[in-house]
Write a protein that binds this ligand. Structure first.
Ligand code: FAD
Length: 232
């Protein structure tokens, strides 16, 4: 991709000793109350499940976000919620197309193959699984996604179409067609035929990750078959 000159005088696409590279926001859309999908041009390769650190100002430490776009897509997508009173996310929410963004190289080892397995997420923790599915790893996966409200079941239509009956959505505060009423741990607890082989990837809140890990281990899933990414 051709490099363009940024207003600061640095070359867009070049990175400094911190590894942060300047890019421009393509778009930043509020897809649900307080939840945004940020898009910028993909200039580096990544593995589905990896994260990038981003910031709007070099004086503010980058925060990590899972990439939610496919590995071959032209743009990188990041799905984030605004933390009220947070240092970075209110500034991210104010970004418009063309604004400057600082992006680290992709990193992280929350990766998967295309073998049969389970993806389990709460809230924006769905992001790495979107990337994996869009990169062709969803063919033999089961996905369980939990949220308080149905509006928090991001990518619901996409996963319902791609994974079909292997996609389960759970809501604790709202009822809806095809949505399990309750926590995803309650849904998992009701499944008598949960396999003990295959990998389980968990992503989202610490509470969910700990609860699901305990449940799986109690069911006989070896600890080594469980990988987790906690958003904090
Ligand atoms: C590996 C990794 C991947 C991540 N991927 C994503 C992602 O894809 N999408 C995403 O939205 N976030 C993700 N996060 C969380 C993200 O990095 C930031 O922590 C979050 O966006 C808060 O940024 P902030 O600067 O606005 O708040 P901060 O100023 O950092 O935090 C302010 C306060 O809010 C608390 N806090 C932080 N996050 C939350 C939250 N979600 N809800 C309530 N309180 C919170 C902090 O503990 C702190 O006390 C990820 C974190 C990690 C470690």
């Amino acid at each position: 991709m051709a490099k363009r000159r940024a207003t600061s005088g640095a070359l867009l696409g070049s990175s400094d000793e911190t590894g942060l590279r300047e890019t421009r926001v393509t778009e930043n859309i509020e897809i649900a109350a307080g939840v945004f999908l940020l898009k910028y041009p993909r200039e580096r390769d990544f593995l589905p499940g990896q994260v990038v650190g981003i910031t709007v100002d070099r004086r503010i430490a980058p925060r990590y976000y899972s990439i939610s776009s496919g590995k071959d897509e032209e743009f990188v997508d990041l799905l984030y919620d605004v933390v009220p009173g947070g240092e970075l996310t209110p500034l991210l929410a104010a970004l418009r197309g063309g604004d400057l963004l600082f992006v680290s190289p992709p990193s992280g080892a929350f990766l998967d193959g295309d073998e049969e397995g389970w993806w389990i997420a709460t809230g924006t923790g769905i992001a790495p699984f979107v990337s994996m599915a869009k990169s062709g790893l969803g063919g033999r996966k089961h996905l369980v996604h939990g949220s308080r409200l149905a509006s928090g079941l991001y990518y619901r239509k996409y996963f319902a179409a791609v994974l079909k009956e292997r996609y389960v959505s759970c809501c604790t505060k709202e009822a809806g067609d095809g949505i399990f009423s309750g926590r995803l741990t309650a849904w998992l607890g009701q499944q008598e035929d949960l396999p003990t082989s295959g990998r389980f990837l968990l992503c989202g809140s610490a509470e969910m990750v700990v609860d699901v890990r305990d449940l799986l281990i109690a069911r006989g899933v070896p600890f080594g078959n469980i990988s987790s990414e906690i958003y904090f």
